[in-house]
Write a protein that binds this ligand. Structure first.
Ligand SMILES: [Zn+2]
Length: 177
């Protein structure tokens, strides 16, 4: 198994002002191309929410729903204690608190593990600071990384690297197969 991506979301905490969601401009889309999904799952991941993360099961379920509406399948959302949260099991996306050394400038980060054999994602770990646990869109964005999506610099897009410029726009991230 290889550790392939560690995405620190340049999600610096801002004043909390949220831009209204509007249609992306065609010109920008041309310049940017489509969002890229670098890795995929070949199974339905289970989401495990660690008790110390500050994320409630219902909050996590809401984030999962965003992706379910886009065609992705999950194998449920469950709670987890400290012992089950250190290392995600095969097939799991774990939501937990950041490891030591995590910069306070970032709101969250996601680590994705892929299989050397298949190249597909086999597990993922989402790190989130408890103070950002209930912040709009943060968990949805990190789940996007856990599903293999890279950052996408289109204003109001879910995968925008900066929280203040992001939004719920799901252009190009619907599951196709
Ligand atoms: Zn990110």
């Amino acid at each position: 198994m290889a550790l392939l991506i560690f995405l620190l979301c340049g999600f610096t905490v801002h004043s909390g002002f949220v831009h209204p969601v509007s249609a992306p401009q065609v010109y920008d889309l041309k310049a940017l191309g489509k969002p890229k999904q670098k890795y995929k799952w070949d199974m339905r991941p289970t989401v495990r929410v660690c008790s110390d993360s500050g994320v409630s099961i219902s909050r996590a379920a809401r984030a999962v729903k965003y992706w379910e509406h886009l065609g992705y399948d999950f194998d449920g959302v469950y709670g987890g204690s400290f012992s089950t949260c250190m290392n995600p099991k095969f097939g799991e996306i774990v939501i937990t608190i950041p490891e030591s050394g995590f910069s306070g400038e970032h709101m969250a980060a996601t680590r994705v593990y892929t299989s050397n054999k298949s190249g597909n994602i086999v597990k993922a770990k989402i790190f989130i600071l408890p103070k950002n646990a209930n912040k709009d869109r943060v968990l949805e964005h990190e789940l996007g990384h856990a599903l293999g999506w890279s950052h996408y610099r289109q204003r109001y897009h879910m995968m925008h690297p900066q929280w203040m410029h992001g939004g719920y726009d799901s252009y190009g991230i619907r599951k196709l197969n």
